[in-house]
Design a protein around this ligand. Sequence first.
Ligand SMILES: [Zn+2]
Length: 478
Amino acid sequence: MGLRLYNTLRRQVEPFEPLEPGGVRLYSCGPTVYGPSHIGNFRSYIFADVLRRYLAWSGYRVTWVMNITDVDDRIIRNATEAGLSIDELTGPHVATLAQDLGRLRIGPPDEMPRATEHVPDMARLISRLLERGHAYRTEDGSIFFRIDSWPAYGRLARLDPAQQRVGERVEADDYGKDDVRDFALWKAPKPGEPSWSTEVGEGRPGWHIECSAMSMRYLGDSFDLHTGGVDLIFPHHEDEIAQSEAATRRPFVRTWLHCAHLQMGGQKMARRDGNVARPADLYAQGFVPRALRFALLRVHYRAPIEFTDEALSDAAAAVTRLSTALAALDAYREDRPTDASLDDLLASTRERFGAAMDDDLNVSAALATVFDLVKEINRRLEERQLSTADAERTAAFIRDLDQVLAVAEDEDAELEEADRLLLDERAAAREARQWDRADELRAALRQHGVLVEDTRDGQRWRLATVEKRVCTPEPAGG
Ligand SMILES: [Zn+2]
């Protein structure tokens, strides 16, 4: 049937068809780096990442751009208050962001353009809007988009044309605009604030123009998919459409996709309310990044998630189930004929997985097919029903599905060299039937977060996820 996605523009699920056969161009509104991002932000980036991975898994060439907003009112305010330059303020947050994205296995995107490096592109776009009569200058040198000049305004957010703008980042009367609905494309310089010298004068860009300029710079005037959180539909994405289409006279984005909020304690997670959890807080509690990734992707992207400790513990248990199954398959050795029904099992799993993802990225249903398979495979392993080659084939199959989900194993789960030596030593001790020594080594490894288990196929290890936190600690040594 092929991929179908819910397009916010038409409020319906539609068949996805790329503008150019075989290639997909995708833009995601990225973080504003005035502080570290919270897990609600990461939910939105993980959603875009799963979309990107699924498109690639389905055979498309994907170009994914996610911007970094490194200049806006809050950044300037925070930098001024701290006596720092913009770069000094945002630099550490950009570094943390890169680390967080990597650990959560998001991307990396093909491009991560920074607003401060694309100011001339923004000025060029604003210049075209001025030429075409869609923008005007106020006395102080600020430039506004004239909403009256663009009748299609409000199509995405389904606004009543007379409706006033709410939730705007700039006070209505700040810059003396003609119409309260008009939004700032360019802001005149204020004393003590950073500004750029451009073809439209001295000043700095408004927030909305950043995404139009950077997306079109890397993906062309028209592209396939644009993602963001639901709170960006209005005014941010409405404004992006207006200023882009008014400048180019071409359709801007074919499909708009929006991810629901993450809630904690019944409230939307938001920095301004202080109701936030950050990845580092959760890792400090002993959760591995892929448990967090799992917790953030398991619910359909259009449904809100209520984030709780329990949900995260469940996620940790689930990802452990996957990695344990893979470790068991890797270790399994059985000299016997192939399991005649395995091919059918894998083929039907693949089909159900694809059908679930094609259905507007129904990740929960896709995960259910993976866990059904794991359960059945565990049974066949237990009954020694698979051959060694069957086990290898099955492990490769699960890893292939995990190209989309990226939760089954840690990319950085490489053992420390010292722990690898301890494991080798323990295997040798068991071989020599030195059980006390083997137990000592198991305890030592456990203290390093490496859990060892003895099976018929030899010792198996995995990295502790949340068990580190909930298991009774080893008796203290004095
Ligand atoms: Zn944006």
